[in-house]
Design a protein around this ligand. Structure first.
Ligand SMILES: [Zn+2]
Length: 341
């Protein structure tokens, strides 16, 4: 499910800023802006009030110095941070067009000094829940006003999902968010399992190496493991002191290693023909026994391909619901894969 309201984001204004998208069949996208203001709580409030007053609300207001996040409107509807491109209502292009105003200045890239935390990761999870890929389809952001390396190609904007700067939007002339480090945005919110989709997080590994500034609850947010579980697994007691570089267990030992099944490569049909004699026939027969087809083998299995092997394979194929040439008793890649998985 795509996230419309980010859990824990402060509601700003009356929640109603835009409306239905004009081009909902185009992929979802994100537009980054800077407010050209200072940061901190006083700026957060004054900028939010100002954006409401001038009817130029984005969806999101984000403070890169404190990780504070506010939301003006549903991500499923349009925002108001862009100018139209002729007849195209730019704010309404895409399944979603998520506009983010960062309390910063384009001339001082916020990724040089920011402190992204749990709220930034929630924001990225919400973005990914709309299927927005971690890419900048237009390429370069502007390093200064009028920077022609930052493209505003109409075709790209209308057809490609991903992240854009205000500097990349056709019909607009602003150069924000400045020369931020694009990769840093994604690196600050690593995907734990899969991209896009549900936006939920789950642990991707069994340990976590503590980074400077981490707390048990921030680690819990990052890994999807309850902080109390992490504390108890690692024998931590109040005041729960952890230090950078420390490796924490995220799962009880014993459950940390799930054996990964390796499916052997299918050697080829020619190894399973009348007259064939090879080790693959033995391997196949043994696996059939393991899967419950041992009754066919009065003796063996062995390297000689026999009518018994064929009968056992046929029974296995029929048990998969296969018919006709798919259940002729000769194993192909599908049978092999199914048998060994
Ligand atoms: Zn802007």
């Amino acid at each position: 499910m795509a996230t419309t309201w980010i859990t824990g984001a402060e509601r700003l204004g009356d929640g109603s800023i835009g409306g239905a998208m004009d081009k909902p069949n185009a992929p979802a996208r994100v537009v980054w802006h800077t407010t050209e203001s200072g940061d901190g709580d006083a700026s957060f409030k004054s900028v939010a009030d100002y954006l409401i007053k001038i009817d130029a609300e984005p969806h999101i207001l984000y403070d890169p110095s404190t990780d504070r996040i506010g939301q003006f409107g549903s991500l499923s509807e349009s925002a108001r941070a862009l100018k139209n491109d002729g007849d195209t209502r730019t704010n309404r292009v895409g399944k979603a067009c998520i506009q983010i105003e960062v309390l910063a200045r384009a001339g001082k890239p916020f990724t040089d000094y920011w402190k992204p935390g749990p709220n930034f990761r929630k924001l990225m999870a919400a973005i990914r829940s709309w299927g927005v890929p971690d890419v900048f389809p237009m390429g370069d952001l502007a390093e200064k006003y009028g920077d022609t390396d930052a493209k505003r190609t109409r075709d790209v904007w209308l057809t490609k999902g991903g992240h854009y700067g205000h500097c990349n939007i056709p019909g607009n002339d602003h150069w924000d968010p400045g020369a931020i480090d694009k990769a840093a945005l994604f690196a600050a919110a690593p995907v734990s399992t899969g991209t896009g989709g549900s936006g939920s997080t789950s642990p991707s590994s069994s340990t976590y190496t503590v980074k400077a500034g981490d707390t048990l609850s921030s680690i819990g947010e990052k890994t999807g493991v309850a902080w109390k579980t992490i504390a108890s697994l690692n024998g931590l007691k109040s005041p729960y002191t952890i230090k950078a570089g420390q490796v924490l267990k995220l799962k009880a030992s014993g459950t940390t290693t799930t054996p990964t099944k390796v499916i052997p490569a299918f050697p080829g049909s020619s190894y399973f023909r009348p007259g064939a004699k090879n080790s693959y026939v033995t391997q196949l027969g043994k696996q059939l026994v393991k899967k419950g087809y041992g009754e066919f083998y009065k003796e063996g299995p062995g390297p000689q391909w026999t009518a018994v092997d064929r009968a056992a394979v046929k029974a296995f194929q029929k048990a998969q619901g296969w018919t006709g040439s798919d259940a002729d008793g000769y194993p192909g890649p599908q049978t092999w894969k199914k048998l060994f998985s």
